[in-house]
Design a protein around this ligand. Structure first.
Ligand code: GRF
Length: 207
């Protein structure tokens, strides 16, 4: 059984997609243990508690940076049974860069979703970067988190066309629909033990 912790900062729609897939049985062998937000007003906290009955905790930053903050998050995760040996930590719109110490504690057990086809458009405002650059195809990526900015081994990607007249908002909405499919799919593959990692390249194992 994998013990899952989800880190959010806002709306939490990816969190909800993941929790729904677990609730419906699409993802098995994953127990959602806790949702943690650095922002007290994150809308996703209420959704986690009220719609899914999952404990939701606020770990406020209060000016703390790097590991000084992250160790509080790690302590909260551990409190709810999200322990390095059996954990999966999903960043779902968590608007902080996590420290090397946090990454090391949960090495290759932290996932992120990014709204672009990495390595294109890493960092903030990926959808705006895509519109401004004029690409015809962008998308979303689920990847393991390493010390770089959106650089960890890629698990799954899904393409999304950019239409003439797309704004950051219209494009973001179409990418988000794909995110809600892709993130649960990646977690399901990990829970089934189907993702093999070799350096920075992952491979899907046949069953
Ligand atoms: C998503 O676009 C995700 O790709 C990015 O942050 C956004 C979070 O949205 N990392 P939500 O909170 O899951 O609705």
């Amino acid at each position: 059984m994998i013990n899952l912790g989800i880190l959010i900062s806002g709306r939490g729609s990816n969190m909800a997609a993941i929790l729904s897939a677990i609730k419906s049985g699409d993802i098995q062998n994953v127990r959602p243990c806790v949702v943690i937000s650095n922002k007290p007003d994150a809308a996703g906290l209420k959704v986690a508690k009220e719609q899914f009955g999952i404990p939701a905790e606020i770990v406020p930053a209060e000016g703390l940076k790097g590991w000084d903050y992250d160790q509080k998050v790690v302590a909260a995760l551990k409190n709810y049974g999200v322990l390095p040996e059996s954990a999966l930590v999903c960043l779902a719109g968590f608007m902080r860069i996590i420290s090397p110490e946090f990454i090391n504690t949960f090495r290759m057990r932290i996932l992120n979703i990014h709204p672009a086809l990495l390595p294109a458009f890493p960092g903030l405002h990926a959808q705006k970067q895509a519109v401004d650059y004029g690409v015809k195809v962008t998308g979303c990526t689920v990847h393991f988190v390493d010390e770089g900015m959106d650089t960890g081994p890629i698990i799954l990607q899904s393409p999304v066309s950019v239409f003439e007249g797309d704004s950051e908002e219209t494009l973001s909405a179409r990418i988000l629909e794909q995110e809600h499919i892709l993130y649960p799919q990646a977690i399901r593959l990990i829970a089934e033990g189907r993702i093999e990692i070799n350096g920075r390249v992952t491979r899907l194992k046949e069953i």
